[in-house]
Design a protein around this ligand. Structure first.
Ligand code: MTE
Length: 399
């Protein structure tokens, strides 16, 4: 089934359930779970557009995103593969084991008291963000995300590198695995959610903290749906590497064997076991941008257009240009960055551009400081990851 890309940002909860019922091939198995147990701690999330109820997956209306460089918790997308565990912070322990000199089992107090508190402003984006634009070409499995599966927060906690140094990293160590406490039912099996990052990324904090074990988001304890009491934040990497409800860290000489690193979140043209085995895991996110709002300025023939742009996820890479076109890329008009510019963070941009009567769509393209620009269209992949073609806003539908 093809979804109207441009109408999708106006879908509401009922419409989304309709899409699921109409057969967008969700690749998880629906199951019942205690969705509301953690609601006391949860923000007013029902303003989010619910993409799937079970498990809970939801994104904000796009116009909410340019309201601030830091995304308020209530406007932050939620991506769950399974249940949302309710964790007693008093009983909580984090295990650190594998290729370390001594295994550790730390309470939250031990973890935060033994290490320096740091904060990192970082954008988290789902690898499936903008999947519906692949779905407009042909059916694709997965949560039907518009361009709102992205947000920027100030995360605080402790450096992963410092915790690993407490445990002592053995010479053979090359990767750091993470595992969450949620349980995911799929094809008759129960899985945990996990993944890994290269050790070099885990230790990358020479110029500023990078990977952290976060217990706070925007100055407050994590909410249940964003991973209370502890999650990883891996700036520059797809959201799947920022594991929520973290229970275990394992240091290893190889990448994690967890399903979500070993068998999915990989780019394959056709989803066969051979193709998946031959592909490498996705780590860094790609240079991307989206138009979140476009409003006519009465009597001028101009539009004020706003959105976000994100440079591909490695240290030092920044957005250098954002351009808009109304004629499919023949002529471009520049947008201005109107937010702070940080490594691993999105920028918000704004432009006032000429939009003559009869214009069908406005499109955006970002270029990063390494000279990489978004392609007009993303090459197809079977699970609909990393769509980063020029993003369109349909002018006619907006008035
Ligand atoms: N961690 C656990 N334990 N379980 C999950 O389902 N989803 C991942 C990641 N961490 C997930 C997880 C994915 S795919 C994304 S995009 C981010 O969490 C989303 O984080 P958020 O829900 O706080 O926005």
């Amino acid at each position: 089934m093809a979804i109207d890309v441009f109408a999708a940002s106006r879908l509401n909860r009922r419409d989304c359930l309709g899409i699921a019922a109409a057969g967008v091939g969700l690749w998880f198995q629906p199951r019942s779970f205690d969705l509301f147990a953690a609601d006391a701690a949860a923000p007013a999330r029902h303003d989010l557009l619910v993409r799937t109820e079970t498990p809970f997956n939801a994104e904000p209306r796009l116009a909410k995103l340019p309201e601030g460089f830091i995304t308020p918790v209530e406007n932050f997308f939620v991506r769950n593969h399974g249940n949302q565990p309710t964790i007693d912070p008093q009983a909580y322990r984090l295990t650190i084991d594998g290729a370390v000199d001594k295994s550790l089992s730390l309470s939250l107090a031990e973890l935060t008291e033994k290490s320096t508190r740091v904060s990192v402003t970082a954008t988290v984006t789902c690898a499936g963000n903008r999947r519906i634009e692949f779905a407009a070409e042909k059916p694709v499995p997965g949560v039907p995300w518009d361009a709102g599966a992205i947000g920027t927060a100030e995360w605080s906690g402790v450096r992963l590198s410092e915790v690993l140094k407490h445990a002592g990293i053995k010479a053979e160590a090359k990767h750091v695995w993470f595992e969450g406490q949620d349980q995911i039912m799929a094809n008759g099996q129960t899985r945990t959610f996990g993944g890994s990052i290269p050790l070099a990324t885990a230790l990358d904090d020479e110029t500023a903290a990078r990977v952290i074990l976060a217990d706070r988001m925007n100055g407050k304890p994590l909410t249940a749906e964003h991973g209370f009491p502890l999650r990883t934040i891996v700036p520059g990497y797809i959201g799947a590497r920022s594991v929520k409800w973290l229970s275990k860290i394992t240091v290893s000489d190889r990448p994690s064997s967890n399903f979500y690193l070993a068998q999915t979140y990989r780019l394959v043209k056709e989803n066969t076991p051979e193709n998946v085995a031959a592909a490498t895991p996705i780590y860094e996110f790609l240079t991307n941008s989206a138009i979140c709002e476009a409003k006519p300025v009465a009597g001028t023939g101009k539009y004020v257009v706003k959105g976000y742009a994100l440079a591909g996820g490695h240290r030092g890479n920044r957005i250098s240009e954002i351009n808009l076109t109304i004629d499919g890329g023949q002529k471009w008009q520049p947008a201005k960055i109107v937010s702070p510019v940080r490594d691993f963070g999105w920028v918000l941009w704004s432009a006032e551009i000429d939009v003559p009567a009869g214009t069908e769509r406005i499109q955006v393209k970002a270029t990063d400081s390494e000279g990489t620009s978004q392609p007009a269209r993303s090459p197809w992949n079977a699970q609909g990851y990393q769509y980063n073609g020029w993003h369109s806003f349909m002018v006619k539908k907006s008035v």
